[in-house]
Design a protein around this ligand. Structure first.
Ligand code: ATP
Ligand code: MG
Length: 415
């Protein structure tokens, strides 16, 4: 039997990109031969094994033929006579369809190296259309390698367009879609994932609340880029600079969904879009079956981002209310993520990218001051029952008032 390194590891080695996992393909062996050598079979549908020492995945070379609808509608053939070339042609992109033998020699029947040099994401064969998830995968690779200058090949984009046109993306399992999405959110340029999906008409199936944002205007004074879809992509780009956490980036993506639901006669203004966005975030998140922390942070971002932008106009009472409503005292890390989303929202506008966002620092200080008020001390003063919470709240408000007057002596007079 022969063993080859395949897929992402070969691609990323040739790109001089960090390799996180190594996948191997085994040609000319049977499952019995592998188990005898100590490999552990995983998964019933595909002949995939784990190496006894490294835990790497070893798959028997296989061919796949579409035999029905959905992910499991594949006929897999993995007998000893399947060649490396046959295994490579079932893969999605030419740059993912290379193998490397034990001497470091690259086997590249579908010109992956050429596409790597020319920075092109190109499908290997027409069988690409047999798994609609590949549309999302291409968009994710575009997001990952955007900064290197990679582009989707015109003919691949066309094929993606026709797949999206059949409505097959809808038939994907939410779990697979979310898995690709959360990986895409973790890539270097996550906004490109959504842009590429939109370009091939594949955004509306799973992300209709985002898709509708294009064409919805904002006031040019605050949004020189005007369009809400463009703004959202710029915010996601900024969020990716501020944080590598998919949860923060997801909330950035979702912060303005409410603008898709405001009455047209009010445009380009969007009064009340913050609250209008909350049920839309819920709808999107439940469709995608996101973990709850994604939905929670995104809802907070939608409902409270304007409060942060307008922090300097808020009364101390309202600032404390925002801290309490967002549960900042008990979940300071999530609150920090929320502040990053607000900053990304501010910077995600044409010409605002390098501007300061002092609101975040001020809000951090407000939280810090409020944190100095301890329940134990309030109780020691003789407060009981419901009165404890009320007194804590009152002391928080005066602490924030004091902070504001230190920052800006005129503010306290105004209040
Ligand atoms: P990453 O660095 O994100 O892991 P990868 O290319 O290794 O990228 P994997 O999802 O680990 O991606 O898959 C390993 C290889 O298996 C891919 O390079 C590709 O050749 C093939 N592959 C995975 N999923 C599909 C799919 N849905 N359709 C076709 N080929 C696929
Ligand atoms: Mg991989």
């Amino acid at each position: 039997m022969q063993v080859y390194l395949v897929g992402g590891a070969v691609r990323d080695k040739l790109l001089n990109y960090p390799v996180y996992e190594e996948d191997w393909v085994v040609v000319g062996a049977t499952p019995q031969e592998l188990t005898k050598q100590g490999y552990k079979q995983v998964g019933k549908d595909f002949p995939v094994f784990l190496h006894p020492d490294t835990g790497d995945e070893y798959a028997l070379a296989r061919t796949e033929r579409k035999s029905g609808k959905g992910y499991y509608g594949f006929e897999v053939y993995a007998e000893k006579d399947v060649t490396l070339e046959q295994d490579l042609i079932r893969r999605d992109l030419t740059i993912n369809a290379m193998a490397m033998d034990q001497n470091g020699q690259v086997i590249d029947p579908y010109n992956g190296q050429k596409d790597l040099k020319q920075k092109i994401l190109r499908h290997v064969s027409p069988a690409f259309k047999e798994d609609p998830l590949r549309v999302l995968r291409v968009a994710r690779f575009a997001a990952r390698y955007h900064h290197l200058g990679f582009k989707v090949a015109a003919e691949t984009l066309e094929l993606m367009h026709s797949i999206a046109g059949t409505g097959e993306l809808n038939a994907l399992a939410a779990e697979r879609v979310w898995k690709e999405t959360v990986r895409a959110l973790g890539e270097r340029s996550p906004q490109v994932f959504f842009e590429v999906l939109r370009q091939c008409g594949g955004l509306a199936d799973w992300f209709p609340e985002i898709d509708v944002l294009w064409g919805i205007p904002n006031p040019a004074k605050w949004h020189p880029e005007v369009d809400t879809g463009i703004h959202t992509m710029m915010v996601l780009e900024q969020a990716a600079i501020l944080s590598d956490q998919p949860v923060t980036r997801y909330a950035a993506l979702c912060h303005d969904l409410g603008k898709g639901a405001t009455p047209r006669e009010n445009h380009p203004s969007h009064p009340g879009h913050e609250k209008l966005g909350v049920p839309l975030v819920e709808k999107l998140s439940r469709r995608l079956k996101t973990p709850t922390e994604f939905e929670r942070l995104a809802k907070i971002a939608s409902e409270y981002h304007l409060h942060l932008h307008r922090l300097e106009e808020l009364k101390s009472k309202t600032i404390v209310k925002v801290l309490e409503k967002t549960n900042a005292f008990k979940q300071p890390q999530r609150f920090e993520q929320f502040l990053q989303v607000c900053e990304a929202d501010f910077k995600g506008r044409t010409g605002f990218e390098k501007r300061d966002y002092p609101q975040a620092a001020l809000m951090r200080k407000a939280l810090e001051r409020c944190n100095q008020i301890k329940a134990a001390e309030v109780i020691a003063q003789g407060y009981q029952g419901k009165k404890i919470g009320e007194e804590i709240h009152r002391e928080r408000v005066s602490a924030v008032k004091k902070l504001l007057s230190e920052q800006n002596p005129e503010a306290s007079i105004l209040e």
